[in-house]
Design a protein around this ligand. Structure first.
Ligand SMILES: CC(C)(COP(=O)(O)OP(=O)(O)OC[C@H]1O[C@@H](n2cnc3c(N)ncnc32)[C@H](O)[C@@H]1OP(=O)(O)O)[C@@H](O)C(=O)NCCC(=O)NCCS
Length: 202
């Protein structure tokens, strides 16, 4: 079976229907009733013209302990029932990971999943966080009732409690967080460079 993978900024209503509406509540969203930011990049695998597998991505700043990290959040991971257990989600995830690392330039991957899928993501390099993760919801901050998993691209995940923060990052706080991350990244590069020069005895 030939599957062509594409990365889109948007997916059409008919593709959404095929991918996400093949069952009444395929992500068991009603169990948790949480609100998430929609993902803004879509990795989709097609069999001919039909979308059969999907991974959504959103870049998002997260507070971890006293620092902040820019993560590629993964969501809406799905394969249509007729094409499950063929390794398609695994392959779609692999492509999403590569896109996050190379094109989005994020430091880590981040996702929520039910306990039964921890092993599935674990086989692609993801690690379950032991710390509880706070998320902003309309009624205030809540502890995410799902497993949180991270993927480390180059650096180790910082230590400390995790706060996923605001749902509306297109407003002020998003910009502030981005500026913070840029400053922090520049400082770390500068420190690494200084350490390297010191190491060379200069
Ligand atoms: C979870 C899901 C995306 C997997 O899609 P898929 O294309 O069948 O997955 P793959 O074929 O790539 O499976 C990869 C591995 O995970 C295992 N796996 C697949 N579905 C699984 C499930 N529901 N529970 C546990 N393990 C599962 C496979 O056996 C396979 O094992 P292997 O790596 O040893 O070969 C699919 O079952 C689905 O769409 N479920 C409904 C939506 C959902 O729950 N999404 C996840 C939100 S976090």
């Amino acid at each position: 079976m030939e599957i062509a993978f594409k990365v889109h900024p948007e997916i059409s209503a008919s593709e959404r229907k095929i991918l996400f509406e093949w069952g009444p509540d395929i992500f068991h969203g009603s169990l948790y009733s949480l609100q998430w930011r929609p993902t803004d990049v879509h990795v989709v695998g097609y069999a001919g013209d039909e979308p059969v597998t999907h991974v959504g991505i959103v870049s998002h700043p997260v507070a971890v302990g006293s620092t902040r990290a820019l993560v590629g959040g993964i969501g809406s991971v799905v394969t249509v029932p007729q094409k499950q257990k063929l390794g398609l989600a695994k392959e779609c995830l692999r492509r999403a990971q590569s896109y996050m690392r190379s094109d989005l330039g994020v430091e880590y991957g981040f996702l929520f999943c039910p306990e039964r899928l921890v092993e599935f993501y674990g086989r692609s390099g993801w690690r379950k966080l032991v710390e509880p993760v706070l998320v902003n919801q309309p009624g205030g901050k809540v502890t995410a009732p799902l497993c949180s998993m991270i993927l480390e691209f180059a650096e180790r995940w910082p230590e400390g409690p995790v706060d996923l923060g605001s749902q509306r990052l297109d407003r002020g706080p998003w910009r502030e967080s981005m500026a913070y991350i840029e400053r922090d990244r520049a400082r770390r590069h500068r420190d690494a460079h200084t350490a390297e020069l010191k190491g060379r005895g200069r």
